[in-house]
Design a protein around this ligand. Sequence first.
Ligand code: DGL
Length: 263
Amino acid sequence: MTGPILFLDSGVGGLSVLAAVAARLPDAPLVYCADSAGFPYGTKSEAEVSARVAGLLGRLTERLRPSIVVIACNTASTIALGHVRPVLAVPVVGTVPAIKPAAEQTQSGVIGVLGTKATVRQPYVDDLSARFASHCTVLRHGSAALVEAAEHKLRGLTPDPAIFRDAIAGLTAQPGGDRLDTIVLACTHFPLVAAELAAAAPRPMAFIDGAQGIARRTAHLLEGAAWPEVRSAGRAIFTGGTSGLAPLLPALKGFGLETVESL
Ligand code: DGL
């Protein structure tokens, strides 16, 4: 029997990746880990994020014996992918900003990378921009409020619309921002509030994230896997305990995560 697919994020953001993977691999057992004790990652140092992600994935892979790990978080992937890949005994798929498709799609030649503060300062983003978007102006903006807004939305709360306006303005107010036509959602929390972002944009813009690409890659790596005949219910694991999670349970169920545990 093949082990589950293990997803890791700081919070609920990685559910946007899990949904795309689950649609492609409907029989695969899924375990979603939210490092709620370490949330948020985007305001932490590189050393802190790296240490948490490496330690946590070591413990989780030993305990759960997954067939593959999906780091469903841009912050963790752009900082720690290179450290964890060589030491884990299973394949690791990361989530990195979808700069390549954005650069292929833009009409104006100005793209925006909307991520966490930690992600937008990573050399990984410099590298992706240099390799795939050298013909473009690449604007970057980091927002912690937008991460919180997605967390609130999944708990049934309505975030302040100013959060979405401010996030878009963080890009459009920069030089060249008046020509911005394509925004990379470079944090897995942001596709969960894509409709709110689109509504807050001053004109129609394209929003691109990497979830479909990750799902394709994961399915490719798992080709021929022998999944259990009866699919087990999805499991959610929270590192910060399970108290106070009641408002989140309907959203978790909506993503097929029926049980909630603490690590
Ligand atoms: N969802 C995460 C990402 O893709 C990070 C959110 C946070 O913890 O700051 O970057």
